[in-house]
Structure formats: structure tokens, C-alpha cells
Design a protein around this ligand. Structure first.
Ligand SMILES: *[C@@H]1O[C@H](CO)[C@@H](O)[C@H](O)[C@H]1NC(C)=O
Ligand SMILES: *[C@@H]1O[C@H](CO)[C@@H](O)[C@H](O)[C@H]1NC(C)=O
Ligand SMILES: *[C@@H]1O[C@H](CO)[C@@H](O)[C@H](O)[C@H]1NC(C)=O
Ligand SMILES: *[C@@H]1O[C@H](CO)[C@@H](O)[C@H](O)[C@H]1NC(C)=O
Ligand SMILES: *[C@@H]1O[C@H](CO)[C@@H](O)[C@H](O)[C@H]1NC(C)=O
Length: 294
């Protein structure tokens, strides 16, 4: 009989016809719980929407809200070397350097004078091109300065379609990554690029550099400068037609049939290079090897 009573108790717990309780609660009690949760989740959703709205109001479409103040731009070279940063070819094998010339053709196409004249302004050189917003009034879209392909002279690919690769005097093009709001250089002194032999490790506590092998270098534009008029950069949305300035370096007498390790860096009195946090900041290194049959 005890068994029957137990069974009845369980059934009664689910639905008790006497007190009209379902799972121990009356309909109105269940209703109140349901209402409570509806109100509670509505409140949470409202809070989320409100927070998002307030946060989005503080965002500016044109400048990132947070940016590392000491951002040091990275540097990259073209033609794009593979992950190992090696440019290796044989003068006699056209197919071994033709791809480098083609890569440069493609990279420089937007710098064609005609393209630059169409989309960019002729700016006053040697000074920053300031286009600040006045308070909440956005001065957008902002203009950008022309960087004519012809500025790269012998490395422009216009007179010498192969950028010197076919005669063992290759051009390497260097650009500095964009950093919004950066004012490189100081006191009217533009930042410039220099390339030199890279010190590299050959054994424990043993270092070497290929200084004798690097030969004479020529920079385009002269002195390898990034003119001040290309700065500051205001961001992709504000400055839609921005063309990053370039520096080309031509290796006039590099030793052939040997690896030459090169490092190019930016020289600017306010861009730190290679600090502990980012060893690659402000510099780029690569290996150049030109093979000849004789
Ligand atoms: C850019 O100029 C080069 C050399 O003058 C030419 O071969 C190429 O077709 C031009 N490219 C564009 C996109 O205008
Ligand atoms: C760029 O080249 C075009 C045509 O060759 C020329 O009219 C323009 O002045 C040049 N711009 C600069 C900044 O030198
Ligand atoms: C960007 O370039 C296009 C032509 O390609 C030009 O019509 C437009 O005015 C330029 N915009 C700015 C902000 O310089
Ligand atoms: C290049 O640098 C030298 C020495 O610092 C200077 O005399 C010359 O005017 C510079 N040339 C250009 C085009 O900036
Ligand atoms: C080129 O470099 C070699 C040594 O690697 C040197 O003997 C030669 O004089 C250099 N030529 C020129 C034109 O500088």
C-alpha cells in the first residue's frame, strides 16, 4: 500500500487537481515567473543595445580610436621576395629574373605619371601636407600628393624595362608601411633610406658582414628620401587616393655568385629602429644573389 501512496504522491506533484498546481505551482505563479523572465531579458537586451549605441557614437569613421602612440612603421621591399626574403637569379636565364621585372611593373602601374596626375595633387615639397579637421567639421575627402613613377629614374622601368636585372644591377624598391598621423622627420629634415651590409651570425659569437661585396649603391629619388609632403597620412577612408612614397635602390657593382646580406633602414630623428619590442621596425633585410656563368 505504501507503494501506491508513493506513486500517487508523484502524480500529484505533476498535477494536483485539488490545489490546481502544476509542478507545485499555480498557473498565476507560473505566469508571474514567465513575466519576470520576459522583463529581465528585455532589460538585458536594452542595456546591450544602449551600450553599443553609445560606443558607436564615440567611433570616428576616419581615424582609429586607439593606436599605439609609438608605432614604428615596418618596411617592405619589392619585388616581393618569398618568406625567406631572398632575391636570387642568374643573369643568363631570363626566366629567372623576368618575374621580378613583371612584379615591379605591376607594383608601379598605379604610379604612372598619367595615373598620378589624374588622382592626386601637385603639392609643395619639403613640408607636411596638413588637412586637419576643424572641430567636428570633417575636412573630407582629403587630397593626396603625386608620386610620379619618373621620380624613380633608372629604377622606374620606363627606359630600362628590366630594372637592371638583366645586367646584374638590380633595383629594389622600398616602402614604409602606412601609419596614420605619423610625422616622420623633424625640423624640415625628411626621413631617408640607407642600405648596407647586414651583420649576421655564422657561429657562436661569430658575426660576419658582406661590406666588401655590396658595391656602390644609387638611390632614387636622390638621397633616398621620403618627402615630407606625403605626411601625415589620414587613413584609407579619409585619403582615398593616397600613394605611398617609394625609394628605389640600385646595386651598381654587387659581387656576383655570392650571397650578399643587405639591410635597409629608415633614418629619421623620430622613428626608432629595431627597439626590443619590434626588431623589424623601421628596417628590412634580404639576401641578394646574382649568378653568372663566367
Ligand atoms: C604605366 O606605364 C608603363 C610604362 O610607361 C606602361 O607600360 C603601362 O601600360 C602603364 N600602366 C598603366 C596602368 O597605365
Ligand atoms: C608628374 O608628371 C606629370 C606629367 O609627366 C607632371 O605634369 C607633373 O607635374 C608631375 N608631378 C610632380 C609632382 O612632379
Ligand atoms: C581620387 O581620384 C579620382 C580619379 O581616379 C578623382 O576623380 C578624385 O577626385 C580623387 N579624389 C581625391 C580626394 O583626390
Ligand atoms: C642629398 O644630400 C646631400 C648631403 O646631405 C645634400 O647636399 C643634397 O642637397 C641632397 N640632395 C637632395 C636632392 O636632397
Ligand atoms: C666593383 O667592385 C669590385 C670589387 O668587388 C672592384 O674591384 C671594382 O673596382 C668595382 N668597380 C667599380 C666601377 O666601382
Amino acid at each position: 500500500m505504501a507503494k501506491d501512496g508513493e506513486k500517487g504522491g508523484w502524480k500529484e506533484y505533476i498535477w494536483n487537481p485539488r490545489t490546481r498546481e502544476f509542478l507545485g505551482r499555480t498557473a498565476s505563479s507560473w505566469g508571474l515567473i514567465f513575466l519576470f523572465y520576459v522583463a529581465f531579458y528585455t532589460f538585458l537586451a536594452g542595456l546591450f543595445v544602449l551600450t553599443m549605441y553609445v560606443m558607436l557614437q564615440t567611433l570616428d569613421d576616419h581615424t582609429p580610436t586607439r593606436q599605439d602612440r609609438l608605432t614604428t612603421p615596418g618596411m617592405v621591399i619589392r619585388p616581393k621576395a618569398d618568406e625567406t626574403f631572398e632575391i636570387v637569379y642568374s643573369i643568363q636565364k631570363t626566366e629567372s629574373w623576368d618575374m621580378y621585372a613583371q612584379a615591379l611593373d605591376k607594383f608601379l602601374a598605379p604610379y604612372n605619371n598619367t595615373a598620378q596626375v589624374q588622382k592626386n595633387d601637385e603639392c609643395t615639397p619639403d613640408q607636411y601636407f596638413l588637412q586637419e579637421d576643424s572641430g567636428d567639421v570633417k575636412n573630407n575627402p582629403k587630397r593626396s600628393c603625386q608620386f610620379n613613377r619618373t621620380l624613380l629614374e633608372e629604377c622606374s622601368g620606363i627606359n630600362d624595362r628590366y630594372y637592371g636585372y638583366q645586367e646584374g644591377k638590380p633595383c629594389i624598391i622600398i616602402k614604409m608601411n602606412r601609419v596614420i598621423g605619423m610625422f616622420p622627420g623633424k625640423d624640415g629634415q625628411a626621413p631617408f633610406v640607407t642600405c648596407a651590409a647586414k651583420r649576421y651570425k655564422v657561429g657562436k659569437d661569430e658575426w660576419r658582414e658582406d661590406t666588401e661585396k655590396i658595391g656602390e649603391l644609387r638611390y632614387f629619388p636622390p638621397n633616398g628620401t621620403f618627402n615630407l609632403m606625403y605626411y601625415p597620412y589620414y587613413g584609407k577612408k579619409a585619403q582615398v587616393n593616397y600613394s605611398q612614397p617609394l625609394v628605389a635602390v640600385k646595386f651598381l657593382n654587387i659581387t656576383t655568385n655570392e650571397d650578399v646580406n643587405i639591410e635597409c633602414k629608415i633614418n629619421s630623428n623620430n622613428i626608432p629602429t629595431g627597439h626590443e619590442r619590434d626588431k623589424f621596425a623601421g628596417k628590412v633585410s634580404f639576401k641578394l644573389r646574382i649568378n653568372t656563368n663566367n
